[in-house]
Design a protein around this ligand. Structure first.
Ligand code: ZN
Length: 294
């Protein structure tokens, strides 16, 4: 083969491999890699529709889409939106981008991980998309909203059809006030998708010093009994999980994490192992969210 042609093919392959983030790894190097899934698999990003190779650890903070950078736990929240499209319109969409049903929705996302591609898709797909942050310091956002500041909240009465609040509540001392205010900002029939780290078998206040990677203090360790708090403010609240029956493998998760749900299975929506695998929703013991209706 012509040497130039060979070089061109090699360059193309290198770039393609770089783009799709494929790299070699071994379980002995990183024990977080799940035993549940074969290593050579493809993931469909349920936000932008990109298909990419499963090439990083099977954890809620990894499996980033090479196009829009959505990670596993974000795709759990997007799956909740796709489920809602089906519930309201009877239309089964594969991914968020170009889901026409969302063109009338007003959406608020609290402290999102910023990505230009994702932001553009949000703006093109939703009727109105607003990203907020507590102090505009940690995250790039459109507006400052402190979820416990009544002046901030009072600007948005019944303003949003959908609020996505992910990994925020554990950093707010008065989280119940924040829940009440999230309810206040939802339009009638509106939907809150809430994610918090669920590590415990029951609610545990953090009385020691605990910080997340971006140096924000943590005040609460939540469990599925957060459903009881959601009941105080919302007309209906459901826990969403990837699976319910499996062996917990992550060392940071309490072994009794699912006890509350096992006793209240009617309050639980199970996405299932297949869907979790195809959409790359991460390890089953960290694949969860809450949905709550006004
Ligand atoms: Zn994507």
């Amino acid at each position: 083969m012509n040497i130039r042609l060979r070089r061109a093919i090699r360059l193309f392959l290198q770039r393609a491999v770089g783009r799709y983030g494929y790299h070699l790894y071994h379980e002995s190097v990183n024990p977080l890699i799940s035993w549940d899934y074969p290593q050579k698999e493809w993931i469909i990003c349920n936000f932008c529709g990109t298909v990419f190779h499963r090439a990083s650890v099977n954890h809620s903070e990894f499996l980033a889409c090479p196009n829009c950078d959505a990670i596993a736990r974000e795709r759990v929240a997007y799956q909740c939106i796709l489920n809602e499209i089906y519930r309201r319109f009877g239309v089964a969409r594969l991914f968020i981008g170009q889901s026409n049903e969302l063109s009338q929705w007003k959406m608020l996302e609290c402290s999102p991980r910023h990505n230009d591609t994702r932001r553009k898709i949000y703006q093109d797909t939703f009727g109105h998309y607003l990203a907020s942050d507590f102090d505009l310091r940690t995250h790039r956002a459109d507006i400052k909203i402190d979820l416990t500041n009544q002046d901030d909240i009072s600007q948005f009465p019944e303003a949003f059809d959908l609020i996505l609040c992910s990994h925020v509540l554990e950093h707010i001392p008065d989280y119940k006030q924040a829940l009440q205010n999230l309810h206040f900002m939802l339009a009638p029939g509106g939907l809150l998708i809430l994610q918090v780290p669920l590590l415990e078998g029951e609610y545990t206040p953090v009385t020691w010093e605990e910080f997340h990677a971006d140096n924000t203090p943590v005040f609460h360790r939540f469990s599925f009994d957060l459903l009881l708090d959601l009941d105080s403010f919302f007309s209906q609240a459901t826990a969403v999980v990837g699976r319910l029956k499996f062996r917990i493998r992550s060392p940071e998760i309490a072994k009794n994490k699912y006890d509350f749900l096992n006793k209240n299975q009617e309050r639980c929506l199970i996405l299932g192992a297949q869907l979790s695998r195809y959409y790359g929703l991460g390890a089953p013991d960290l694949c969860d969210a809450f949905i709550a209706y006004k």
